[in-house]
Design a protein around this ligand. Structure first.
Ligand code: RTP
Ligand code: MG
Length: 139
């Protein structure tokens, strides 16, 4: 995947709260183009694989349980400087620290139920995008 792409998920709390449209609107308004998208519910096992890098962290069990608690929207986004610009758009992990105008400031309710995921590097964006989408599902 080119380095002008990143991977995102609208997490179960935001889907449940009816914020898919609001979040996708903020993403498009910020200049990101959706090049792949699907609406899926992860099993705890699949969530565990996706978040394997966090398997030693104390919140890993809670994170996998939460990410498999309801459906999510997964998407690949394209824009110049996609990874860094998208991290800026989503804001800090803990919504209490998120700046005004960020997705987490507007939609996240706690450090774990924080509305969206955004890849933290070009390398992880490629790995995470491939985890969810085949080459025939990216445009
Ligand atoms: P994400 O990967 O979802 O975009 O979030 P992030 O980079 O801002 O945060 P990261 O450190 O990668 O953590 C992944 C997700 O784990 C949950 N978390 N819970 N209870 C806690 O202290 C805690 N810390 C992190 C959050 O859902 C976070 O987004
Ligand atoms: Mg992360």
């Amino acid at each position: 995947m080119a380095t002008n792409r990143t991977f995102t998920m609208v997490k179960p709390d935001a889907v449940e709260a009816g914020n898919i449209g609001g979040i996708l609107n903020m993403i498009e308004e910020a200049g990101f183009k959706i090049v792949a998208m699907k609406y899926v519910k992860l099993s705890a096992e699949i969530a565990g694989k996706f978040y394997e890098v966090h398997s030693e962290r104390p919140f890993y069990g809670e994170l996998c349980e939460y990410m498999s608690s309801g459906p999510i929207v997964a998407a690949i986004l394209e824009k110049d400087n996609a990874v860094a610009d998208f991290r800026k758009l989503i804001g800090a992990t803990n919504p209490a620290d998120a700046e005004e105008g960020t997705i987490r400031k507007k939609y996240a309710t706690s450090i774990s139920a924080n509305a969206v995921h955004g890849s933290d590097s070009d390398e992880n964006a490629a790995i995470e995008g491939s985890f969810f989408f085949s080459q025939f599902e990216r445009f």
